[in-house]
Design a protein around this ligand. Structure first.
Ligand SMILES: C[S@@+](CC[C@H](N)C(=O)[O-])C[C@H]1O[C@@H](n2cnc3c(N)ncnc32)[C@H](O)[C@@H]1O
Length: 191
C-alpha cells in the first residue's frame, strides 16, 4: 500500500510541478498557531512544505514528514534551519509520545493516524486537521472516496474527555488550488 503511495505521489509531483511551487499556507494557520504554548511542531504529510515554512517563519522548530522524496527534496533545498525533514511511511511510523506543542495535517486524511497524533501531543498541545470533504460542488473526485470526510465528521473522531475542540469549520478551498473543493477543519487542545 505505502509503496504504491510513494510511487503515486512521486509521479504526481513530477508530472504537476505547480504542486511543488511556493504556495501560500493554509489560511487557518495564522489563528491556530496562537493557541500553541511552545515551539515544537510536526507537519504530517507535509508535501513540499508550504505550511512547514510558515510555521518555521513563525519561530516553530518543525519536523516535516512525508513519504515522497520528490516533495522533501524540494523542501530541503530551502535550507531552512528550523525545518527537519524525515522520509516516513505513516502506515508504519512510530510517533513519539507527548512530544509536540503543535501538530498539523493538511490536505491528507488517514483516520487511523489521528489517535496517534493526539497521543504525540504534549498536554495542552494543539492538533489542527484540514482536508477535503464530500460536496456536490466538488470539481474533482478522489482516487478513493475514503479520502473524503463526511459532513461534520472531524468532530466525531475525538473523545471529549481527552480533548477540547477549539475551532471547527466547513468552507471552500483557496482560489489558487487546482480544483474547487469543499473542506473541513478542526483545531483541538489535548487535556
Ligand atoms: C495533498 S499532499 C498535502 C501536502 C501538504 N500537507 C499541503 O497541505 O500542501 C498529500 C501528501 O501526503 C503524502 N503521503 C501520502 N501517503 C503517505 C504515507 N503513507 N506516508 C506519508 N506521507 C504520505 C504525499 O506524499 C503528499 O505529499
Amino acid at each position: 500500500m505505502a509503496v504504491e503511495d510513494k510511487e503515486k505521489w512521486n509521479k504526481k509531483y513530477e508530472n504537476t510541478p505547480e504542486l511543488l511551487s511556493n504556495r501560500a499556507q493554509s489560511n487557518k494557520l495564522s489563528n491556530v498557531i496562537k493557541h500553541a504554548k511552545g515551539i515544537e511542531a510536526l507537519d504530517v504529510a507535509c508535501g513540499s512544505g508550504r505550511n512547514s515554512i510558515y510555521l518555521a517563519n513563525n519561530d516553530f522548530k518543525v519536523t516535516s514528514i512525508d513519504i515522497s522524496e520528490v516533495a522533501l527534496d524540494t523542501l530541503n533545498k530551502k535550507n531552512n534551519p528550523n525545518i527537519n525533514t524525515k522520509l516516513v511511511d505513516l502506515d508504519t511510523y512510530s510517533f513519539d509520545e507527548n512530544r509536540y506543542d503543535l501538530i498539523i495535517m493538511v490536505n491528507f486524511l488517514d483516520r487511523e493516524v489521528i489517535p496517534k497524533l493526539t497521543n504525540s501531543l504534549k498536554k495542552d498541545g494543539i492538533l489542527f486537521i484540514e482536508t477535503y470533504m464530500f460536496h456536490d460542488e466538488n470539481e474533482k473526485s478522489p482516487s478513493n472516496p475514503d479520502f473524503l470526510l463526511k459532513e461534520g465528521e472531524l468532530k466525531t473522531l475525538f473523545n471529549e474527555k481527552e480533548v477540547e475542540i477549539l475551532e471547527y469549520d466547513e468552507f471552500f478551498n483557496e482560489s489558487y488550488e487546482l480544483y474547487k473543493m469543499r473542506k473541513q477543519s478542526i483545531a483541538i487542545r489535548k487535556k
